[in-house]
Design a protein around this ligand. Structure first.
Ligand SMILES: C[S@@+](CC[C@H](N)C(=O)[O-])C[C@H]1O[C@@H](n2cnc3c(N)ncnc32)[C@H](O)[C@@H]1O
Length: 230
C-alpha cells in the first residue's frame, strides 16, 4: 500500500490500527498482513481507490496493449482493476485477505465477469504450475508483502518465459523525498506499510528484465515497471 499518497484527513478516518512496521523483510508476517487488511477492507476503496488510480490506469494500458490470454493479479484486494481487464482475458486474482477477497467477489458478481475468479493464497508461494500465465501484474503489493523478493521470484516462476510482469508500486525517490520518507516513517509504521522502498534493491537486483518504466500517482512517487521474467 502507498498510504503516503493519502491525505492526513484520510489517514485520520482510517481504522485505528496499531499495525506492525514493514521496515524489513523479516519483521512482519503474513498474519500481520491479514490483520492489517481486515481493518482496511471496509474503507480501502475510499482511501486508496482514487489516490492510486493513475498507477492502475497506466498498468492497465500495458495489459490492454498486450491482450494476454491468461493473467494473474497478485494482491487483487477489493478487485478495483477486475472490471477493466480485456474481456477476452482469463483473469485470476489472488489475495491473502479473506476480507478484501469478499469485496472482490461482490465486484465480480456486480459486473458479471464470467472469465474472472479470485482465490485465497499466499503470493510468495503460489499453488499454480510454473509458466502458467501470459501476464502477471503486481499493483501495490510489493511493498506490503513480508518478503518482496520471494514474491518476485514467484511471479517469475508462474509467468511464461515470453510473458510480462507489470508492477505498480511506490519506490523511494530523490534525496529530498528520502528525507520526507524518513519523516513519514513513524506514521507509516503505525498503519502498516514501508515508507521507503528501494527500486534498486527490489527491481534492479532481481532477475527481472525491465522493458519500460514510467512515473505515476501524486508527484510521481510511484512507478509502473513493465518487465520480462528473465
Ligand atoms: C495495497 S493492496 C492492493 C490492492 C489492489 N491490487 C489495488 O490496486 O488497490 C495490497 C493487497 O495485497 C495483499 N497481500 C499482501 N501480501 C500478500 C501475499 N503475500 N499474498 C497475497 N496477498 C497479499 C493484501 O492483502 C492487500 O489486499
Amino acid at each position: 500500500m502507498n498510504p503516503q499518497h493519502s491525505s492526513l484527513e484520510q489517514r485520520a478516518k482510517a481504522p485505528d490500527a496499531q499495525l506492525t512496521a514493514l521496515s524489513t523483510e523479516t519483521d512482519v508476517s503474513i498474519n500481520d498482513v491479514k490483520t492489517s487488511y481486515r481493518r482496511w477492507a471496509g474503507v480501502y476503496d475510499a482511501v486508496f481507490g482514487a489516490v492510486l488510480e493513475d498507477g492502475r490506469r497506466k498498468l492497465l494500458a500495458h495489459v490492454n496493449t498486450l491482450k494476454p490470454a491468461r493473467l494473474l493479479e497478485m494482491g487483487v484486494g477489493t478487485g478495483l482493476l477486475l472490471p477493466k481487464y480485456p474481456s477476452d482475458t482469463e483473469v485470476i486474482g489472488v489475495d491473502i485477505s479473506d476480507d478484501m477477497l469478499a469485496l472482490a467477489r461482490q465486484r465480480i458478481a456486480k459486473h458479471n465477469l464470467s472469465r474472472t475468479s479470485v482465490q485465497l493464497d499466499d503470493c510468495e508461494k503460489l499453488s499454480f504450475d510454473t509458466a502458467s500465465f501470459d501476464c502477471v501484474v503486481l499493483p501495490y503489493i510489493l511493498s506490503v508483502t513480508p518478503r518482496p523478493r520471494a514474491l518476485i521470484d514467484e511471479a517469475i516462476r508462474v509467468c511464461k518465459p515470453d510473458g510480462h510482469i507489470i508492477i505498480a508500486n511506490h519506490f523511494s525517490g530523490s534525496k529530498t523525498w528520502a528525507a520526507l520518507e524518513k519523516i513519514a516513517a513513524p506514521v507509516a509504521a503505525k498503519i502498516g506499510f514501508r515508507s521507503s522502498f528501494s527500486y534498486d534493491e527490489h527491481i534492479v537486483q532481481t532477475p527481472l528484465k525491465v522493458v519500460s518504466l514510467e512515473r505515476a500517482n501524486l508527484l510521481g512517487l510511484s512507478k509502473v515497471v513493465v518487465s520480462k521474467p528473465s
